[in-house]
Design a protein around this ligand. Structure first.
Ligand SMILES: CC(C)(COP(=O)(O)OP(=O)(O)OC[C@H]1O[C@@H](n2cnc3c(N)ncnc32)[C@H](O)[C@@H]1OP(=O)(O)O)[C@@H](O)C(=O)NCCC(=O)NCCS
Length: 87
């Protein structure tokens, strides 16, 4: 993605703490970190069937720009590549 992009490896909030603003808080920390490092965008890969996470990332301003196919053993999997441009 280039030197101006920061990758979020993945965000996992414990189930009993979901939908209370924790994911947004963690994401905001990543955005602040990216801005300190003079990055212009953040990106991540999310499993195409993880509708909950995709809806969360969209709400947070990410857009899908591509997809990444990989194999877990013999099983074909697809991650959506999503990017958020930073202000
Ligand atoms: C996806 C995940 C990180 C979201 O974190 P969260 O703490 O539940 O989300 P938040 O409460 O911070 O929500 C932030 C905003 O997104 C919205 N949002 C969250 N989930 C949403 C959904 N499924 N659909 C639509 N909006 C959603 C919230 O309404 C909130 O909006 P607001 O800012 O207007 O109030 C969390 O559900 C999670 O850990 N899921 C399981 C692990 C996982 O799949 N991680 C992603 C792997 S790539």
């Amino acid at each position: 993605m280039g030197d101006d992009a920061l990758e979020i490896e993945r965000i996992y909030i414990r189930e009993s703490f979901q939908k209370q603003g924790c994911g947004k808080y963690v994401l905001q920390q990543a955005i602040a970190m990216a801005q300190e490092l003079n990055k212009t965008k953040i990106w991540l890969g999310v499993w195409e069937k993880n509708e909950n996470a995709i809806a969360f990332y969209k709400k947070m301003g990410f857009v899908q720009t591509g997809a990444h196919v990989f194999y877990m053993g013999d099983e074909k999997q697809t991650d959506l590549i999503m990017i958020k441009t930073l202000p």
